[in-house]
Design a protein around this ligand. Structure first.
Ligand code: SF4
Length: 339
């Protein structure tokens, strides 16, 4: 552990917190707008949308991303809301992938608009796509997202699999009594598809009505799937990998589990988040935020912004506060964080 005093004497790589975690992965929420209304993300009453002039502009996103890349960020993920509702995404993706130091450009999308952008996103250098899909049943899709669209998303998943991206993953938030009986169906969805189906533990965010009864821990998901697929076995995961991955012999796809509540993986965290309003959040569940937008608009130089970023990263806690504490913590709804 390096405290701020020793940071002055021992050169510490930028974007490294006091636990020695180097943050090389920036998630940028491009918009708070979305064409779906998922129950675990968007509060029932919706959210007051950020006025456009409060949102980071194209130029501000590029400037900040360039700075983060100079500080050591090598991977950028575009999130939202739904990033593809933002009209300038292809141009933004192209500009981001040209930034020196950026090795990987990724996106998390609900897949509804993917067919319109696949070629331009690929041409722009985007290589990793995560598609959110929480059910394979049309009526449940409507119930969870408050909109129709299941067939379109599945069609776009298959289009994406054939479009030459390095990896395509499916993100499925598992909720008891909502979709926890579809785990085996989702696993079979990957039988003939080269896709990683990731089961995400349900997380508490502002206004999403999270309660412990609806929470399905990793070990329960795993035992359900092991009963259906006894030969399934774990794969070796990288140090910063958020998912615990498993494979079912004979299946083209893999399974992944995001266990941030029951088995947090904060020790290897390399992620920081830039939100639509320009606030920097160094932890998904951290309360502290730093407005890089206001500093930029007040004329801050890149060196001054770097100091703000360093202070934020230095203040990052070792881990999140734990599921029960998070459930009572007043925080942003997920739609305003970008996951
Ligand atoms: S909860 Fe915070 S520290 Fe833990 S893995 Fe997520 S972002 Fe990193």
């Amino acid at each position: 552990m390096t405290d701020s005093a020793s940071r002055l004497t021992e050169p510490v790589s930028p974007l490294t917190d006091t636990f020695g975690r180097r943050h090389t992965y920036l998630r940028i929420a491009l918009t708070e707008r979305c064409n779906l209304r998922c129950t675990y993300c968007m509060p029932a009453g919706g959210v007051d949308l950020l006025p456009r002039h409060h949102q980071l502009t194209f130029e501000e996103i590029i400037r900040l991303s360039g700075l983060f890349a100079r500080l050591g960020v090598t991977k950028i993920r575009l999130t939202g809301g739904e990033p593809l509702v933002r009209k300038d995404v292809p141009a933004l993706a192209a500009a981001l992938s040209r930034l020196p130091g950026v090795e990987t450009l990724a996106m998390t999308t609900n897949g509804l608009l993917l067919d319109r952008h696949l070629d331009t996103l690929h041409a722009a250098g985007l290589r990793l796509l995560n598609i959110s899909l929480d059910t394979l049943q049309a009526d449940r899709f409507q119930a969870i997202t408050r909109r129709p669209g299941l067939e379109k998303v599945i069609r776009n998943v298959d289009l994406t699999l054939g479009a030459g991206f390095d990896a395509v993953k499916l993100n499925c938030v598992v909720m008891r009594g909502v979709n926890d009986d579809e785990l085996a169906d989702f696993a079979r969805f990957g039988a003939e598809r080269d896709i990683e189906v990731r089961f995400i533990e349900y997380m508490p965010f502002g206004g999403n009505g999270w309660d412990h009864d609806a929470f399905v821990p990793y070990k329960d998901m795993l035992s359900t799937l092991q009963s259906a697929f006894p030969a399934m076995h774990p794969l070796n995961d990288g140090p910063h990998e958020t998912a615990k991955t498993w494979c079912i012999p004979g299946f083209r796809g893999r399974l992944g589990f995001i266990t941030s509540m029951s088995e947090p993986f904060c020790g290897g965290c390399n992620r920081i988040r830039l939100m639509t309003d320009g606030n920097l959040k160094v932890c998904l569940f951290g309360r502290g935020e730093t407005s890089l937008r206001d500093a930029m608009r007040a004329g801050a130089t890149d060196d001054e912004l770097s100091i703000l970023i360093d202070l934020a990263v230095t203040g990052k806690k070792a881990a999140h506060a734990g599921m029960t504490a998070l459930a009572t913590q007043d925080d942003r709804p997920m739609i305003r964080i970008g996951g």
